[in-house]
Design a binder for this molecule. Structure first.
Ligand SMILES: [Zn+2]
Length: 305
C-alpha cells in the first residue's frame, strides 16, 4: 500500500464527476466535430496535437483505416488499446470513490513535486497538467472523453482525463489490482505531459503526419515506452521518499504486463499494429525508469527498445 493517507493533494484537480454527459468544460471550441481540434489524446493505452488541415486529413485517414480494421476510430485517435468497454451508466459517487479521488489527488501532487524538482534542477519551471476526474462523459480539447476512452493525456489543453471507474476495469478486467498500479496509470499520463513540455510529443505529432500507419505505430510505441519509463523514474522518487511498501512496485510492473499490446489483444493483432509496446517492453521500461531514477536514461525515442 502506498502511504498517502493524510498527505496533501494537488490543487490541479478538476472534479467533474456527477456532471455526466453534460460535460464540464463548456467544450472549448469543439463545435460539432468531436475531432475538430486535431484532437485525440495521449492515453495510457497515444495521441496527437496540433491540428490544422494536415492534421484533419490525417485524422480522416485514421478513421477510414480504423473502420477498415473494425476498430472504433476514437480509440485509434486517442491511442486507446483497451477497446470499447461497457457502461454508459454513471457510476455512483460513493465514499470509496471519493477516497479514490483523494488518492489520485495525492499521487498527482507527488508527480508535481517530483517533476517540479527535476525541471527546477535544469533551471526550468514545471507547469503541471490539470487532472480532470469525470464520470460518464466529458468534453476535452481532444474530443469527447467517455468511460470507454480510458485515461488519457490531451496535449491540446494539457489535461489528463480519468474516469475513476477505469480502476475497476484495471483490477477486474485487466487483472491489475493495487493502489500503486493505479498510481502508475497517473504517472504514465503525467509522463506524456512531460513529453509535451520537453518537445517529444510535438515532434511526434509533426513527424507522424508524413509517416505510414506502420511507421506511426512504431513511433507511438517508442513514445509510450518513454512514458512508462518516466512513470518508473517517478516511482523511484516515491520509494526514496518512503511512500512505498513491499509489493507496491510489483503491482505497477504487473499492470505494465497486463496492458501490453500483445497481452491485451491475446496476440490477435500484428505487432505492426502495436501502439504501446509488448508486455515485456512495458515492464522493461518501467523498470528501467525505476532502477535508474533518471529521465535521461529513458531514451526510447532514438535508442534500442
Ligand atoms: Zn500513453
Amino acid at each position: 500500500m502506498v502511504k498517502w493517507q493524510g498527505r496533501q493533494g494537488s490543487s490541479n484537480i478538476e472534479d467533474r464527476r456527477g456532471q455526466g454527459s453534460s460535460g464540464g468544460s463548456g467544450g472549448g471550441g469543439l463545435g460539432s466535430n468531436p475531432f475538430g481540434q486535431g484532437g485525440g489524446g495521449f492515453r495510457l493505452p497515444s495521441g496527437r496535437s496540433g491540428g490544422g488541415l494536415g492534421g484533419l486529413a490525417i485524422i480522416i485517414v485514421f478513421i477510414i483505416i480504423a473502420l477498415a480494421f473494425g476498430i472504433n476510430p476514437m480509440s485509434i485517435l486517442t491511442g486507446d488499446t483497451s477497446g470499447p468497454t461497457t457502461s454508459s451508466v454513471l457510476p455512483p459517487q460513493n465514499a470509496s470513490e471519493d477516497e479514490l479521488a483523494q488518492f489520485v489527488s495525492v499521487m498527482v501532487k507527488d508527480t508535481e513535486d517530483y517533476w517540479g524538482e527535476y525541471f527546477s534542477a535544469q533551471g526550468q519551471t514545471y507547469a503541471p497538467p490539470k487532472v480532470v476526474l469525470f464520470s460518464g462523459q466529458t468534453s476535452s480539447g481532444c474530443g469527447t472523453a467517455d468511460t470507454a476512452s480510458g485515461p488519457f493525456y490531451c496535449p491540446n489543453d494539457r489535461k489528463v482525463y480519468i474516469d475513476l471507474g477505469f480502476y475497476d476495469q484495471l483490477r477486474q478486467q485487466f487483472g491489475a489490482p493495487g493502489d500503486f498500479a493505479q498510481a502508475y496509470v497517473i504517472a504514465h499520463e503525467v509522463g506524456h505531459h512531460v513529453q509535451n513540455l520537453i518537445g517529444v510529443l510535438p515532434e511526434f505529432n509533426r513527424k507522424r503526419q508524413t509517416m505510414t500507419q506502420d511507421q506511426a505505430n512504431a513511433y507511438s510505441v517508442r513514445v509510450e515506452l518513454q512514458a512508462d519509463c518516466f512513470a518508473g523514474v517517478w516511482g523511484k522518487g516515491e520509494f526514496e521518499k518512503g511512500f512505498l511498501e513491499s509489493g507496491d512496485v510489483a503491482e505497477a510492473i504487473n499492470a505494465a504486463n497486463q496492458i501490453g499490446d500483445d497481452t491485451l489483444t491475446n496476440n490477435t493483432i500484428s505487432p505492426r499494429q502495436y501502439t504501446h509496446g509488448t508486455s515485456e517492453q512495458r515492464m522493461k521500461w518501467f523498470q528501467q525508469g525505476y532502477t535508474t531514477g533518471d529521465p535521461d536514461k529513458c531514451d526510447t525515442i532514438n535508442g534500442p527498445i
